[in-house]
Design a binder for this molecule. Structure first.
Ligand code: PEP
Length: 261
C-alpha cells in the first residue's frame, strides 16, 4: 500500500511568534509560490511544522494557503480544569492546528510522561479530531542491552491501548531512538528499517484488520538531516521523518522534503 510521506518539524522550545512566522515565510520561499511544493502528484509529501504553544496562532496565520500543516507538541487529556501549564485539545483546535506530537522522549525524560499518559493524551487528540504523532524509542542503554524491541513494543502497546482500527487512521508513529535525538548520531538506514519493520509487524498482531499495519505511517526521528534523509526515506517501512534541529533551517528542511518526493 502506498503511504503518503509525512515530513514533520519539531521546533521544540525555539522560535517565538515573530521568528516562527518568519520561518514559515522562509519555508514558503523554499517551496515556491503557493507552496504547490517542490513536488506534485501522488508522491507529494505532507509537510508539518510543530511550534511551541505561543507561536501556534502566528504560524497558522502565516501558513494559510500554503501546503504547510501545523501541529502542537503536546495535549492534555482533560477538556479543561486545574492542570497548570497544560493545554487542551479544544484550545489547540481553536488555534487552528490539525496535528499534535505525543510522548516525545524529552517529555518522557524530563516531564514524567509514561505509556499510560501517552495513551490518555492520544485519546484526547482523537476525541478532538487531531492527527497524533506518537513517539517511541529506546535509550542507548536499552539498545546496548538488546532490549530495543521489548521497549518499543511496550511503548507501542501502551500508547495504543483501547485504540480502534478506525482511530488508527489518525495515528502516526514516530520511531525515535533516544540516543539519536539531538546528538548527531543517526541510526543507520538498516537499524532504522529493522525497528520500523518490527513496529509494522506488531501492528499486524495488534489489529485484526491488516489494513492498519499497511496504512499506518511510521516516521523516523533522530538527527535526520539534509545529508542522510534520502537513505532513510528510501527504506520500505520508513514513511517520513520527525525532525528537530534541521527543521529550524529552511534550506535543510526543504532538502529533506525534496528527498521524500
Ligand atoms: C526530535 O526532537 O524529535 C528530533 C528528532 O530531534 P533531532 O532531529 O534534532 O535529533
Amino acid at each position: 500500500m502506498a503511504r503518503q510521506i509525512l515530513i514533520a518539524g519539531n521546533w521544540k522550545m525555539n522560535k517565538g511568534a515573530a521568528d516562527g512566522a518568519q520561518l514559515i515565510k522562509d519555508l514558503k520561499a523554499q517551496f515556491g509560490s503557493g507552496c504547490s511544493c517542490c513536488c506534485s502528484g501522488a508522491k507529494k509529501p505532507e509537510v508539518l511544522v510543530c511550534p511551541t504553544f505561543t507561536t501556534l496562532s502566528a504560524v497558522v496565520a502565516e501558513a494559510q494557503g500554503s501546503c504547510l500543516l501545523v501541529g502542537a507538541q503536546n495535549i492534555h487529556w482533560a477538556d479543561q480544569g486545574a492542570f497548570t501549564g497544560e493545554i487542551s485539545g479544544a484550545m489547540l483546535k481553536e488555534c487552528g492546528v490539525t496535528h499534535v506530537i505525543i510522548g516525545h522522549s524529552e517529555r518522557r525524560q524530563y516531564f514524567g510522561e509514561t505509556d499510560a499518559t501517552v495513551n490518555q493524551r492520544l485519546k484526547a487528540a482523537l476525541k478532538n479530531g487531531l492527527t497524533a504523532v506518537v513517539c517511541v524509542g529506546e535509550t542507548l542503554a536499552e539498545r546496548e542491552a538488546g532490549t530495543t524491541n521489548v521497549v518499543v513494543e511496550r511503548q507501542v502497546r501502551g500508547a495504543l491501548a483501547d485504540i480502534s482500527a478506525d482511530d488508527m487512521k489518525k495515528v502516526v508513529i514516530a520511531y525515535e531512538p533516544v540516543w539519536a535525538i539531538g546528538t548527531g548520531k543517526v541510526a543507520s538506514d538498516e537499524q532504522a528499517q529493522e525497528v520500523h519493520a518490527f513496529i509494522r509487524g506488531l501492528l499486524k498482531v495488534m489489529f485484526s484488520c491488516p489494513c492498519v499495519a499497511d496504512s499506518t505511517r511510521i516516521l523516523y526521528g533522530g538527527s535526520m538531516n539534509a545529508a542522510n534523509a534520502a537513505g532513510l526515506l528510501a527504506q520500505p517501512d520508513i514513511d517520513g521523518g520527525l525532525i528537530g534541529g534541521a527543521s529550524l533551517k529552511p534550506a535543510d528542511f526543504a532538502t529533506i522534503v525534496k528527498a521524500a518526493a
